[in-house]
Design a protein around this ligand. Structure first.
Ligand code: HEC
Length: 344
């Protein structure tokens, strides 16, 4: 009973209805093919073993047969058959791989970042989902572009038979197409204790329902009006810049933002001679091409390039934050009371 159920599930209905991933059919087919080949090889080997045991019977009264001579023909046939099987398996695998890596141009893009054993999904419109949920449009190709901020992870979508390594400082991608419904997304790389629970539910919505679902996703920065963005800058600073920049005037790996603030609208001497006026554009350039204008005295230090890591509104928040620093923190770099409350 169990056996027949297993055989049925392996050979007949292992794929969820209607959903498709580029390689799904091929993965299933090669799996079945490998299984069939393994069973055949097992039968052949066991058959030969049994035959040899019978033929090598050495009880009294039985004349043992002479050991067989090697046969070129037999060896060639066996090797030939195995090589052909290998080529077939390799070819199906390659076909699936080729489909997997060439994603359709009109795919819906989601940027996936793995960090601290959790998934962060960023949609094209800037909405971020980091609570173990991912909303996607149904019946349309969806492309996930993956990167990690710390360790190596591996993203798996078992319903679509796809799995892809998520690597630090490198982008990988995969794509699939889902019918409406819910699917499991797992991390299948053991990268530390907490990564075991690194799962998410992918929900595919049809048409308008997807737009509505995405609208319901809140992004914390949306809660700030444009005039208040400078307050939001503190949180972005703590998350991204604190390592190298201080707010109290002491220089760390990079210059203190108190210094940058006090130089607003004034000239800043640069490495290699020349100077630059500290303004919005200068801060923006510092973030997006930090190696171009290097502050005098910081030749040997390197600043992170934030291209693709910060969204435009976040950059504006950081610029406003530096420009209006004295409205956010005191001389020691501690948040003013009013700001401290908005950071909750
Ligand atoms: C890995 C260290 C590092 C991180 C992280 C970092 N910076 Fe820097 N930053 C530097 C260094 C070093 C310099 C000086 C060299 C240069 O100008 O490129 C610098 C210079 C700057 C300057 C020019 C300052 C001036 O007074 O002229 C700005 C503006 C700046 N960083 C903004 C940021 C912001 C905003 C963040 C966070 C989103 C950030 N940096 C994160 C290292 C860093």
């Amino acid at each position: 009973m169990i056996l027949s159920n297993t055989i049925q599930s392996v050979f007949l209905s292992a794929t969820p209805m209607n959903s498709s991933a580029p390689a799904m059919q091929i993965v299933d087919d090669s799996f079945r093919l490998t299984l069939i080949i393994s069973i055949l090889i097992l039968l052949v080997i066991v058959g030969i073993l049994v035959a040899l045991v019978i033929r090598s019977d050495r009880r009294a009264g039985v004349t043992p047969i002479k050991s067989a001579k090697s046969s070129w023909l037999l060896q060639t046939i066996v090797t030939g058959v195995l090589v052909i099987l290998m080529v077939i398996l390799c070819a199906t695998g390659l076909k699936g791989y080729a489909k997997l890596v060439t994603s359709p141009q009109h795919a819906y893009d989601v940027y996936v970042t793995a960090q601290d054993s959790s998934w962060i999904f960023e949609h094209r419109n800037g909405k971020i989902q980091d609570d173990g949920q991912l909303y996607i449009p149904a019946n349309q190709p969806v492309r996930l572009t993956l990167t990690s901020r710390d360790m190596t992870y591996s993203l798996s979508l078992p319903a679509f038979r796809i799995k892809q390594d998520v690597l630090p400082a490198r982008e990988t991608s995969l794509w699939f197409e889902a019918s409406p419904g819910q699917y499991q997304l797992n991390n299948v790389e053991y990268s530390g204790e907490n990564c075991i629970g690194m799962n998410a539910i992918v929900t595919a919505y049809e048409g308008e329902a997807f737009v509505e679902a995405l609208d319901s996703v809140a992004y914390w920065l949306d809660a700030y009006t444009n005039d208040e963005l400078y307050k939001a800058g503190l949180r972005l600073f703590t998350g991204n810049c604190l390592e190298c920049h201080s707010l109290d005037g002491s220089s760390k790996i990079g210059p203190s933002f108190r210094e940058t603030f006090s130089l607003w609208g004034k000239a800043r001497p640069l490495e290699g001679g020349g100077e630059i006026i500290v303004d919005e554009e200068y801060i923006r350039r510092s973030l997006l091409s930090p190696q171009v204008e290097v502050v005098k005295g910081y030749k040997d230090q390197e600043m992170t390039n934030f291209t693709g890591q910060l969204r435009d509104r976040e950059i504006v928040a950081l610029i406003d934050f530096i420009r209006r620093l004295d409205e956010v923190v005191d001389e020691e770099g501690n948040p003013l009371e009013e700001i401290a409350q908005t950071q909750e």
